[in-house]
Design a protein around this ligand. Structure first.
Ligand SMILES: Nc1ncnc2c1ncn2[C@@H]1O[C@H](COP(=O)(O)OP(=O)(O)OP(=O)(O)O)[C@@H](O)[C@H]1O
Ligand SMILES: [Mg+2]
Length: 493
């Protein structure tokens, strides 16, 4: 009898200890916090109507496992888990009532989004069109700020704002950063999304105020400098506070006179490097271009030239701007930024300009800080960008570029392709600027006879009509370019 009592007391004590330790681990978010609620959820739904998923039990288990792997507290995991199961139910009812036969084949979790992967059960244009127009309805039913539907090969991704925000781990971004490849944020599956800066002359972050442009660029520079201490970084900034932490690892330019000298120096350096390549790498940031342009309008033309020359010379230009209108570097942006970080625009029209291409789904982004699309050579990824603390940046070390541009006498001489940085100097110089560095490419201009090898292409680039008067104008330009070159080559006495 006593043995039996002792035995059962022991069992009870063991059970108590196990429960208590589970509770403690749950408090720190490292146990299987969803286990109890998951089991309940399965039982609750066992009798309910079939949801969007075919294998309900399997869906619940995989969802639970995925959520348990997310870097967030136990409470947040519970919230997100309830949201997903509730969304499955609500979406099923909505799609049933709208008569769109859809299956849910998976769910992925990003830092700011939950993505439901939907598949049409019956393929028809009508079903697809209906589904693709349901963004507004879905946002109402799920009570979320943003819903973005994207057609993929065989399925449709329905990205909705997540009820909780996961922290983007700097370590995982650092892990994915190597050489010239840098992680700009995490995608809707928490995987780092990268850009190879050596492939881009111009990278642009475009958004209305306070969306997270500067923070995204700060993180990008931090990761690159951490991976490559010899990287040369120059930051031209309007809001100096944002960049103070970089003082020990980058050269900061905040004075408009210095900026003017730097522009000329950079352009000349690029031309020099185009002819005599150098292995060291530079990254030049113009933060808040719209404001920099108010004191330095000619910067727009310079950026056009930096962007077309940059990638091949080892110098990448990064700009952030609030607008892409005509007066704010917009022409340069849309035409020449081959990598763009786009946040939710202030209007759809603005979005179309920022994106430079239709149907990116920019207006379906949320206004959450760091919610952006990364568009690289036409490929679009929804990412969550990260912030970097000043204290981490201050720990960076490595080379800091010296201010060579301040010593006028040491500036390299322009060669024939060096274009002026100020506008309206001479009508022919303006025409040359329009060619945007193309003149320098091998085979563009036949210097022995003084004419363009492909006149139609030159006319197209200049925006001149391809007729008698256009060709006459072009001949004048050819003569001007040729003469200018001859004059430069003539020995000076
Ligand atoms: N990824 C992020 N995660 C969380 N908060 C962020 C993130 N990025 C930015 N923020 C917050 O938003 C604020 C504004 O960010 P930031 O200065 O980068 O905006 P901006 O787009 O450069 O604005 P502006 O156009 O006015 O210069 C930051 O001070 C920070 O508090
Ligand atoms: Mg900013």
């Amino acid at each position: 009898m006593i043995t039996a009592i002792l035995f059962f007391s022991l069992i009870a004590a063991i059970l108590l200890v196990v429960l208590a330790s589970l509770k403690t681990l749950q408090h720190f978010g490292i146990a299987l916090p969803l286990y109890v609620s998951t089991v309940q959820a399965v039982n609750e739904n066992a009798h309910a109507m079939p949801m969007l998923t075919d294998g309900r039990q399997k869906f619940v288990v995989t969802t639970r496992n995925k959520i348990n792997g997310l870097p967030m507290s136990a409470q947040n995991k519970q919230d997100i888990y309830r949201f997903v199961l509730g969304a499955d139910d609500k979406l099923a009812k909505l799609l049933q009532s709208e008569n769109v036969p859809v299956a849910l084949t998976g769910v992925t979790f990003g830092a700011l989004t939950v993505t439901f992967r939907l598949r049409l059960r019956e393929f028809s244009r009508q079903n697809l069109d209906k589904l693709m127009k349901m963004e507004g309805l879905i946002s109402q039913v799920l009570c979320v700020e943003s819903v973005r539907l994207m057609q993929c090969a065989g399925w449709i991704d329905c990205e909705v704002s997540s009820p909780v925000r996961a922290t983007v781990s700097l370590d995982s971004l650092a892990h994915a950063t190597d050489g010239t490849t840098v992680a700009m944020g995490v995608d809707s599956n928490m995987q780092p999304a990268t850009v190879d800066i050596s492939q881009h002359g111009l990278i642009a972050a475009i958004a209305p105020s306070r969306r997270g442009k500067t923070q995204a660029i700060r993180t990008m520079l931090y990761l690159l400098k951490r991976a490559n201490p010899s990287l040369n970084i120059v930051v031209v900034a309007f809001k100096t506070e944002d960049w103070k932490a970089f003082e020990s690892c980058a050269t900061l330019i905040v004075d408009s006179d210095e900026l003017k000298q730097f522009q000329t120096w950079l352009l000349a350096t690029m031309y020099k490097r185009a002819k005599h390549p150098e292995s060291n790498r530079w990254i030049v940031v113009f933060d808040d271009l719209a404001n920099l342009l108010t004191v330095n309008p000619e910067l727009q033309n310079s950026i056009l030239q930096f962007s077309s020359l940059g990638a091949g010379t080892g110098i990448t230009t990064v700009v952030s701007t609030q607008f892409t209108g005509k007066d704010s570097g917009g022409v340069a942006m849309t035409a020449n930024a081959t990598a763009r970080l786009l946040f939710k625009p202030s209007s759809n029209m603005q979005g179309a300009r920022d994106g430079g291409m239709a149907r990116l789904g920019l207006d379906q982004l949320s206004t959450q800080k760091g919610d952006a699309l990364l568009v690289v050579d036409g490929d679009t990824v929804r990412i969550a960008t990260s912030m970097t603390d000043d204290r981490l940046i201050e720990q960076l070390h490595g080379s800091v570029p010296s201010r060579d541009w301040l010593h006028k006498e040491s500036q390299p001489q322009h060669n024939y392709g060096a274009l002026p940085t100020s506008i309206g100097v001479h009508p022919m110089e303006e025409a040359i600027e329009k060619l945007n560095g193309w003149l320098l490419d091998d085979g563009t201009f036949d210097w022995s006879v003084g004419k363009f090898n492909n006149r139609s292409e030159a006319l197209r680039r200049l925006g001149w009509s391809n007729n008698g008067s256009g060709v006459e104008k072009l001949k004048e330009l050819e003569y001007y370019i040729f003469e200018r070159q001859e004059a430069r080559q003539r020995p000076r006495h």
